[in-house]
Design a protein around this ligand. Structure first.
Ligand code: IMP
Length: 458
């Protein structure tokens, strides 16, 4: 049995909490895309862990797998693993041999390209982790994979091919002298070879690399349950998101098959749970038709991106929901729930269930609004247009819901759905009806146990 967890919006929907919630019934948690651009906070036995690469289930004694669709920065991976070991944990994390490796030059290139784009106000607002440049090399058939680190001859040969190209891009295309960079070793074949060969030795010594497809299939044949954990969200999917303001991989459910080597039949035969935040946030650039706030902080390039006029309400929700990036600390832009976005997500991934989070954050407001449809060129639209230019011209038309009072999350979680204030239930049922999908879980507070569980997918 598989359960696939997909972000239905722009990332940061609270996927980690749902992964934890359903984790008790799961034996293996596999991530299928992304890298250390994803941040998650795990609270386990009173301790808080901030992770970007190690799957959260691995903290709770599950086997964690970084699938072939992921890009892996070994520096981050081993930093996280070493820190966890110092704190007395011994997580079992496996890396797909086919997963591509993020090198320091990828990070440098990510930064340079964003700087150049920012000169024409067209930066993506990436996390700066080298994600895009690494996937570029994967698709360009010049990438280096986890399995290659275990073979020093192959590693050197690949580095000797790729590094001079990267150096030339930096120097000849962008006109930046490598020697002037903070980390000139990022473009030094010998230095990279020594460092990354050692990571390969550690992969080998700790028996970390696996053929993900075979590994996961065998676990399932043994009767184990596998959770496929997407990072980021549908609207920043490289194919189905608002290109070019996207990440460079597929967080949608299709990514779960290509990113692990489990067949579409296996993934589609299981449950696909769409994670929805009861409102909407965005880090980085791009349209946001239901945006509330204007000013989102003092991060360069972010001061003036918001388009909403209700900054006060945006600030209230941002503070209440702790809407600051886990990886970057950036304040998130805040918007009302966007139903055309959710209809798109439900269709693309085929959700069998929903988890609706952060219902508590909206408690106490007089009115809660939802962007129910868009108007574009005088026409009503119920789903996301495929071009970002069109999306940026969409005007949201709203449904208004009466607000619900503050409630005690622990009481509501233990007493169940009927204990949720009636207006909040009306809101939940509207989302279920519009997406024709039942809500399996409702997040009513920040704690792991502060969730109403109506259905367990395994
Ligand atoms: P990248 O993944 O670092 O290349 O960033 C590309 C876009 O995806 C930017 O708009 C980022 O802000 C966004 N992004 C990447 N990771 C996350 C995440 O975990 N949550 C929300 N947005 C993300």
């Amino acid at each position: 049995m598989t359960v696939t967890i997909v972000g239905s919006q722009l990332g940061d929907e609270g996927k980690g909490g749902i992964v934890d919630l359903y984790g008790d019934d799961i034996d293996v948690v596999a991530r299928y895309q992304g890298g250390d651009n994803a941040g998650h906070t795990v609270v386990h036995e009173g301790e808080t862990y901030k992770l970007s690469l190690v799957p959260s289930g691995a903290i709770r004694g599950k086997v964690g797998v970084l699938g072939n669709g992921c890009v892996v920065n070994p520096r981050t991976l081993f930093d996280e693993l070493d820190t966890l070991q110092e704190r007395g944990l011994d997580p079992d994390v496996r890396i797909a041999e086919r997963a591509h490796i993020i090198f320091p030059f990828h990070r440098v290139l990510d930064g340079i390209e964003e700087t150049v784009k920012s000169e024409s106000d067209s930066e993506v607002g990436t996390t700066g982790r080298g994600i895009g440049p690494t996937y570029e090399d994967k698709v360009g058939r010049r990438g280096i994979r986890a399995g290659d680190l275990r073979n020093p001859d192959v590693l050197r040969e690949r580095l000797e091919y790729v590094v001079p190209q990267k150096r030339a891009v930096v120097e000849d295309v962008y006109g930046v002298a490598v020697e002037d960079l903070d980390d000139p070793d990022a473009f030094d074949v010998d230095a990279l070879y020594e460092e990354y060969r050692e990571y390969g030795e550690r992969f080998e010594a700790e028996d970390m690399t696996v053929n993900a497809s075979v590994f996961l299939t065998e676990k399932m044949a043994d009767g184990q349950n596998v959770m496929l954990e997407g990072a980021q969200g549908t609207t920043i999917d490289i194919d189905h998101g608002n290109y070019p303001y996207v990440t460079s991989s597929n967080p949608t459910a299709g990514g779960a098959t290509t990113g692990t080597g489990l067949s579409p039949g296996v993934v589609g035969g299981g449950e696909i749970v769409g994670i929805v935040k009861a409102y909407l946030t965005r880090v980085g650039s791009g349209p946001l038709p239901t945006e509330l706030g204007g000013v989102v902080g003092d991060t360069p390039g972010y001061e003036e991106q918001g388009e909403g006029e209700n900054e006060e309400l945006a600030t209230q929700i941002r503070e209440e929901g702790g809407e600051y990036g886990t990886v970057t600390g950036r304040p998130r832009r805040v918007a009302w729930l966007d139903m055309p976005m959710l209809r798109h997500a439900a269709r693309v991934s085929g959700f069998t269930g929903l988890a609706i989070n952060h219902i508590d954050v909206l408690a106490g407001l007089d009115e809660v609004k939802v962007g129910h449809a868009y108007t574009l060129d005088g026409e009503e639209r119920h789903t996301l247009p495929a071009t970002t230019e069109e999306w940026s011209r969409c005007e949201a038309s709203y449904r208004s819901f009466d607000g619900w009072p503050e409630f005690d999350p622990a009481t509501v979680a233990s007493e169940g759905y009927e204990a949720l204030p009636e207006n909040a239930r009306t809101y939940v049922e509207y989302i279920e009806d519009e997406l024709d999908t039942p809500a399996y879980a409702l997040g009513v507070g920040p704690g792991r146990s502060e969730t109403i569980v109506r259905e367990r997918p395994v």
